[in-house]
Design a protein around this ligand. Structure first.
Ligand code: KIV
Length: 272
């Protein structure tokens, strides 16, 4: 198995499956706006997820439930304008695909037509089978999301590790297999035991992208604001922070305030 990194002009759902076959790990990161997506894309991240976590990190809601389809389309269209290489996957928000498969398809079509995104992501297994099937039949690539599914947070009650018990682990494995058989091109597994995630990754041919699911899967995803240390109150064990932007940005902004107050800014060279 070769681990050499192949250069992809535009990452596609097909190239992700190829990466899994070649043993090349897949990098995925969220972005919600043009400027951040430009940086993420230039850094060669394979997949940009326009996550409904925008509801938390951009809008300041406690959960992902309030974000609307129109808001997701707005975020996604900004990201699509920036992404020259990455595959752009867009979350279908809570309430836009659960009630019936026709509504699910209408939501997916709106995302594809109005944002220009390349694929959609939905949370859940057997409960949303008909919706996934109908979206796929329309030729829209679908990514699944199992384990901790934040749109169901009020059912779970907490953000703790999922599928530790035998019965929930069994259902997760069945759901993963079903989503693969329906034709999903990949799956996100969130906050489940590493051994279970690895078992799922080894049992399906589609890429498994983990968040808090260990290193035995085919790729990793993080929320970009967490990776950069902009969200300093969120400290799960799985999170590796590569910067402390909360402090760095805060210091820079405090310095600006001081410079304005002291009349140091603007100086002679900073004016016309
Ligand atoms: O919305 C999101 O950011 C996500 C990731 C955490 C996988 O679904």
């Amino acid at each position: 198995m070769s681990t050499a990194k192949k250069e992809y002009k535009r990452v596609t759902v097909k190239s992700l499956i190829e990466m899994k076959q070649n043993g090349e790990k897949i990098s995925m990161l969220t972005a919600y706006d043009y400027s951040m997506a430009k940086i993420v894309d230039a850094a060669q991240v394979d997949v940009i997820l326009v996550g409904d976590s925008a509801s938390n990190v951009i809008a300041g809601h406690e959960t992902t439930l309030p974000i609307t389809l129109d808001q997701m389309i707005y975020h996604a269209s900004s990201v699509v304008r920036a992404a020259k290489r990455a595959l752009v996957v867009v979350d279908i928000p809570f309430g836009s695909y659960q009630s019936d498969s026709k509504e699910a398809l209408r939501s997916a079509i709106r995302i594809m037509k109005e944002s220009g995104g390349h694929a959609v992501k939905v949370e859940g297994g057997i409960e949303i089978k008909d919706s996934v099937k109908r979206i796929l039949q329309a030729g829209i690539p679908v990514m699944g999301h199992l384990g901790l599914t934040p749109q169901s947070i009020y059912k779970f009650g907490t953000y703790t590790v999922r599928a530790k018990e035998e019965q929930e682990a069994k259902k997760l494995k069945e759901d993963a297999k079903m989503l693969e058989e329906l034709g999903c091109f990949g799956l996100v597994l969130e906050k489940i035991p590493a051994a279970l995630a690895q078992e799922v990754a080894e049992s399906v041919s589609i890429p498994i992208i983990g968040i808090g699911a260990g290193g035995g899967v085919d790729g990793q995803v993080l929320v970009v604001h967490d990776l950069l240390g902009m969200t300093h109150e969120f400290n799960p064990r799985f999170l590796r922070r590569y910067m402390n932007l909360y402090d760095e940005m805060g210091n820079a902004i405090s310095q600006y305030v001081e410079d304005v107050k002291s009349k140091d800014f603007p100086n002679d060279r900073e004016q016309y």
